[in-house]
Write a protein that binds this ligand. Sequence first.
Ligand code: GLA
Length: 656
Amino acid sequence: MPIWYGGDYNPEQWPEEVWEEDVRLMQRGGITLATVGVFSWARLEPREGEFDFGWLDRVLDGLHAGGIRVDLATATASPPPWLPHAYPEVLPVTADGVTLSVGSRQHYCPSSPVYRRLAARLVSAIAERYGSHPALELWHVNNEYGCHVAHCYCDVSAKAFREWLRARYGSVERLNEAWGTAFWSQQYGDFAEVYPPRAMPTFTNPGHALDFDRFSSDELLDCYRMERDILREVTPEVPITTNFMGFFKGVDYWRWAKEVDVVSDDSYPDPADPDSPAYGAMVRDLVRSLGAGRPWILMEQASSAVNWRRRNAAKPAGMNRGLSYQALGRGADGILYFQWRQSVAGAEKFHSGMLPHSGTETKTWREIEQLGGELAGLDRVRGTRVPADVAILFDWDSWWSIEQEATPGEIPYVQHAFAWYRELHRRTVTADFVSPSADLSRYRAVIVPSLFVATAEALAGLDAYVRAGGRLLVTFQTGITDQDAHITEGGYLGVLAETLGVRVEEFAPPAGPDLAGTGGAPVPGTAFGGELIRGGTGTLWSEYLHSEGADVLASFEGGELDGWPAITANRRGEGRAWYVATLPDPDAMAALLDAVLSDAGVSPVLAQPVEGVEAVRRGDSVFLVNHTPAEARVTLNGAEHVLEPRGVAVLDIDGL
Ligand code: GLA
């Protein structure tokens, strides 16, 4: 089987004469998989209960005749206008009480029984019609669940939220306890009194807000499961996916990933952002990890510019290829785009396509064709795994909670994780992401950036990992609350305080700068230093930290915190645990990570990393991607390899 190559194909936007040319050009471009029908509900069911499949039959037959496999969508992401017209209660409502209208997409309340009933009927009809079509390779459920409407606050959602809470807590007394409703006179007498956290005079109860995030993710997941179960019943042998969106806050992908046969992801790194290669790599590593290391599909990327940024940079020549190889190197078995043919009408007509407005005499098409040809020769990569010695702990409960209102200081959760990831990426150390309940035993080192919400079991698991010989690096704002958003019993960090040999007395976040920049005059960071690191600068955080047995590797310097520990290390059982009370500048972080990784026995892919060159091992190959516009020279196992500007190489290391 080849590496899948293709994209979203929306033939309903074109007259039928164009379809033949589409198949011909797909063949020329090396396309093997087309995602069809993502936004076809209105064409498939033009009036309630009246289905029109004739046109889709012809599309699928044409693709099949051309040797192109189909990832067939269930078309439920954009209800046709007749639906909300007949059943206005399906329209989603924002926290401010605004009803979202028809005329774009995703205008449905995930809890709506009407939406679910009509979506189920459509999915059944599609499954019955195409379940045995010879072109069918994969089912594609809905599209980017939650992308535009991750939360709905309408009355239907309110009812569903109450049911979800009843199932979670059993009694309203238990809910009161969990949410701490003794505060501000919030005690509920009955589930009926509970509402979604709609616009309020001031801060929402943190437990209420956290449970609404969990509920909203679960409601969308129920929509997915409903469709998945219909498809599975009709075609038990056909794999099922729904396209994820990398670090997307709206839904907890750890819960979702268990429910799909193949993880797939949509990814649009900004060509104008110098951090995009590293951030793109982080997303790929998350996506691979969601599927427990199984190969995944890059379901959507842009061949060049998107249309939804303030200014939409075109991809310079070679970037699309580089980011595609990055995905392959990090475990993808498919490289697909949004979309095949660039639209001439509608809200996405300025979004690039594989086949641009300007046709085939274009840099974009030439690159599409070139990549198609290259992928056809990379079968050996398919199905192989990406080894990783390091894990980064990532948790949606923590993300939701740490970014709530009324916290000690703003911490952008993903950017914080990225700060650590970027340094690993720079030194060509491959990382997996793990959930708080993961088995960590196969990792040499684990990094825990601000695990704000942690159950006692999760903290005990981290402690057990260290005692058994693991190397653990924990940052500030970890183990602050339990799963009910209550301050951790026994003090911040819980049992991890013993693991780390420290005690957090009080938070003292500096005025700035934060990771997003201050938007004003830069505020100097907090100085720290010690034997390991001299002249370090910390941003984002500082605190009053005591060592209770840990070695102090660096202390804050100057100001109120002068002399208080900033970075510590502690032996525990067979392992060692570091605590970092600030976000070190890149040089300081580099020094710290070098110490941790060498203590853990982690080897990078390249002994001498080259700035701007990514290296990752997959199976018996090493993927090199030069993300810079200049030639680069890389030494691997004693041999020098020259990479063209934005060039790539896949080196066989079999036997080494
Ligand atoms: C998402 C959607 C696509 C398209 C692209 C544009 O990924 O799934 O339908 O809107 O964004 O970038």
